[in-house]
Design a protein around this ligand. Sequence first.
Ligand code: GSH
Length: 199
Amino acid sequence: MKLYYSDASPYARCVRVFICYHNIEGIEEIIANPFDNSPELLRANPLAKIPCLQLNDGSALFDSEVIMRYLDAEHGQSGLFGSMEHNWSQQCHFSLLKGIFDSAVSLRQEQLREDEGLRSAFWTSRFEQALLRGLKEVETLGITRSAELTALQVMLVCLLEYVDFRHPDLPWRNVTSALSVWLEQAQQADVFIATRPKM
Ligand code: GSH
């Protein structure tokens, strides 16, 4: 199998944590900048997004949610998603986290538009507010309660570290101090250390 990824992508990092946690061998990790539109990535994912997992039969899986669910079910005895399948409120927690990832990444894109003079104050504020409201809601959901690592916790660590990395001035700790305390402990796990972006 081949995983197209970049070190900085928070979506790809979640997938890499799954691979590391389940000790899945035989995955070649290929660094890909999605904006290069490399023919290999375009063949595997017409959306030209990472992460993308190419299976040994040549077919490809995307997006990060599908890849995580595939790896967990086929290679990890559902150890991270557990019994979430028919738990609709937990599925919604998953959607909330995915939405916050999207806000954080969109906020980054707004930052990059600054150089072109195209940054929108409206969208910047909208993404920031969604991110902060979303994290406040996450704090109330009990995602951090399980002592065993869960898929939702993997996403939460990758998300919060990405926010610290790309949006260091965003005052998320002021609105969600309990998440901040939880992160300090959770981010010490080997799977997060092994997959942390090196820049
Ligand atoms: N929903 C997708 C997932 O969960 O995998 C989002 C993936 C995504 O947006 N990845 C970014 C990307 O490839 C990198 S962090 N961006 C290129 C683009 O948007 O064209």
